[in-house]
Design a binder for this molecule. Structure first.
Ligand SMILES: Cc1ncc(COP(=O)(O)O)c(C=O)c1O
Length: 415
């Protein structure tokens, strides 16, 4: 039983998340799939509803009341998100669909323009596919060489190899701030500095970091930072790319068409200012507006407190999970990771684990979590993953462990 104190008042917070207040298969829902997508509070749902109900209009184009209002709220949301990561200005914050699109934007726009045979792109073995596949493809297309930093068996990057892997040939180092599988929180500032020392740019995948900790892109000094709204209480279909202004300025557009232009003639076009140069076509207005509300919500609670809360939860969850016979957890100790843990149980396939847990109302993810190379490293095809957020409780970690013990009984592993 949990005996400590929780940094957050979860009872109050959960009032904003009615979706959590339901039964699944006759048990109270225990939602531990936050690394895949979080739930959204009523404040976010309300902001989206208000937009459609009260001032729906396309942004930037119309000189009429509704369009002015939608443009204002849409751009205000950008300011909120830019401040949330401490960008220097709104011009450095581009709306995309998700982290995947943000990374592809950099790969296609910056990569196709700047990479050539002899150049190198460095990634890591712990990346989500979203930060691997675009670089594999762009390297194939440009003739650049693709390299990676391996991980060790504790789920840390092999920092001892960094000096050899980062050379004056490296043009970009793309790495995650926090792993979605082993949970490791990487030393971002140190990695960015190492990239800059050899003259490379640093792209940080923030999909699993931005929802859970205070982000300061200026302090990190990273050149790009990609993150997704849906993992941080915001709507689906809205994501973000932060980029340093001078780098974004020098990059050609990614998608082209309406909105991203300054002038178009029948045989030529010039580009709009940042950030709109990278925002072709009608954007996800409702998503951006909802995200403004999500950022307000997160900041009201405080990112440091959210992080502290998840630290308490993951420490307790890992302690409790270690009581389950045959269970292996992958990655570093609780203090060195975010609020998620991937595990296997000897004799149980991860998909069986997930379906039995579902029968007890516990939602976890099973599979390779779009991080197949991490699983290859450990020589396993899949894991089950429990991921916590600000509305989770230690009792939900207990429910997870109890359901796992039941799964062992169902599969007669205790006999
Ligand atoms: C570390 C990491 N990077 C990138 C992504 C891709 O995010 P999205 O699917 O929102 O583009 C994820 C999603 O799980 C992730 O965990």
């Amino acid at each position: 039983m949990f005996k400590g104190e929780l940094p957050l008042n979860v009872e109050e917070i959960r009032k904003d998340f009615p979706v959590l207040d339901q039964e699944v298969n006759g048990h109270p829902l225990v939602y531990l799939d936050n690394a895949a997508t979080s739930q959204r509070p009523l404040q976010v749902v309300q902001a989206v509803e208000d937009f459609y109900e009260k001032y729906n209009a396309n942004v930037h184009r119309g000189i009429h009341k509704l369009s002015e209002e939608s443009s204002e709220v849409y751009e205000n949301a950008r300011t909120k998100v830019a401040k949330f990561i401490n960008a220097r200005s709104d011009r450095e914050l581009i709306y995309t669909r998700n982290s995947t699109e943000s990374i592809n934007l950099v790969a296609y726009s910056w990569g196709m323009e700047n990479l050539k045979p002899g150049d190198e792109v460095l990634v890591t073995e712990m990346e989500h596919h979203a930060n691997l596949v675009p670089w594999q493809l762009i390297c194939q297309r440009t003739g650049a060489t693709y390299k990676y930093v391996p991980i060790d068996d504790t789920g840390h990057l092999r920092m001892d190899l960094l000096d050899d892997l980062l050379t004056e040939k490296t043009k970009l180092f793309a790495f995650t701030a926090a792993s979605n599988t082993v949970g490791t929180i990487n030393p971002v500032k140190e990695l960015v500095k190492a990239a800059h020392e050899v003259g490379a740019l640093a792209l940080v995948d923030g999909a699993q970091a931005a929802p859970h900790m205070k982000i300061d892109v200026q302090d990190w000094d990273c050149d790009f930072f990609a993150f997704s709204g849906h993992k941080m209480l915001g709507p689906t279909g809205i994501g973000f790319l932060y980029g340093k202004e001078e780098i974004l300025d020098a990059m050609p557009p990614f998608l082209t068409g309406g909105d991203m232009i300054r002038e178009v003639h029948i045989d030529s076009a010039t580009w709009n200012d940042l950030p709109w140069k990278f925002e072709a076509g009608t954007p996800n207005i409702a998503g951006a507006i909802g995200m403004g509300a999500a950022v307000d919500y997160l900041q009201k609670i405080g990112m440091d407190r959210i992080h502290a809360h998840e630290q308490v939860l993951i420490k307790y969850a890992m302690e409790r999970l270690s009581e389950v016979p045959g269970l292996t957890m992958y990655g570093p100790p609780a203090e060195e990771r975010g609020g998620l843990v991937a595990f296997t149980v000897e004799g149980l396939h991860p998909h069986d684990i997930a379906s039995i847990l579902d029968a007890y109302g516990v939602a976890v993810r099973a599979g390779h979590h779009c991080a197949q190379p991490v699983h290859d490293h450990f020589g396993i095809p899949a894991t089950a993953r429990a991921s916590f957020y600000l509305y989770n409780t230690p009792e939900e970690a207990d429910a997870l462990v109890n359901a796992l013990l039941e799964a062992r009984k169902i599969f007669r592993l205790d006999e």
